[in-house]
Write a protein that binds this ligand. Structure first.
Ligand code: AMP
Length: 197
């Protein structure tokens, strides 16, 4: 792993979900991020979409880091095939360590945990705690009604259009990765650039 490589933080279901398209999308996202030379940080589980995205990223050559609270090691089946599995004391430390390593955040289809993680990084962004891109993979419209509710909350005067627009939404993994790539800051100039000055 080079320190300049982009690290994508992925939040997703600890279950596979009821539609095979969700696992296909998780696999495509894992493969796609690896193909871009990006690395992955995620919740460290082997189950559900979490395991699927991690296995695909690892198979594609990405450096994969999992961060899992000790209390969930059994329930989410800590993935021991990763480059690094960090076992941490609490959910708060997990989220903090995932966020510290991330250059951008993506939520795939998932349940309450995924929603909580997405909304946390979204609210942190609106408060200016970080400036990193956030994206939602809306596989087969899984999140359509959530997005409709966000539009309602803009109309209701509780969320600004600018806050709502912080979330990049795409239905296809490759389109989502492409949009994120454009939002990431340009990599710092390397020694070769310096040598030319
Ligand atoms: P889920 O979307 O509910 O399947 O959960 C996806 C991931 O979110 C799993 O790794 C859960 O451990 C994690 N998670 C569950 N509850 C929370 C929470 N309150 N805060 C942060 N992450 C959570």
């Amino acid at each position: 792993m080079t320190s300049a490589a982009v690290t994508l933080c992925v939040f997703c279901g600890s279950r596979p979900g009821a539609n095979a398209a969700y696992a296909q999308a998780a696999q495509a996202l894992g493969q796609g991020l690896a193909a871009r030379g990006w690395n992955l940080v995620y919740g460290g589980g082997k189950v559900g979409l979490m395991g699927t995205v991690a296995d695909a990223a690892k198979a594609g050559g990405a450096h994969v880091t999992g961060v899992i609270p000790e209390s969930l090691l059994q329930r989410e089946v800590g993935h021991h095939g990763l480059d690094e599995l960090r076992v941490v004391p609490s959910m708060h430390v997990r989220k903090q360590q995932m966020a510290e390593r991330a250059d951008a955040f993506v939520a795939l289809p998932g349940g309450l945990g995924t929603l909580e993680e997405l909304f946390e990084v979204w609210t942190w962004r609106q408060l200016g705690y970080h400036q990193r891109p956030l994206a939602l993979l809306n596989t087969e419209g899984y999140y359509d009604r959530l997005l409709a509710f966000i539009a309602d909350s803009v109309n209701g005067g509780f969320v600004t259009e600018a806050q709502a627009a912080l979330l990049v939404v795409e239905r296809e993994p490759q389109a989502l990765l492409q949009r994120l790539a454009k939002l990431l800051p340009a990599p710092p100039s390397g020694p070769a650039d310096l040598a030319r000055t």
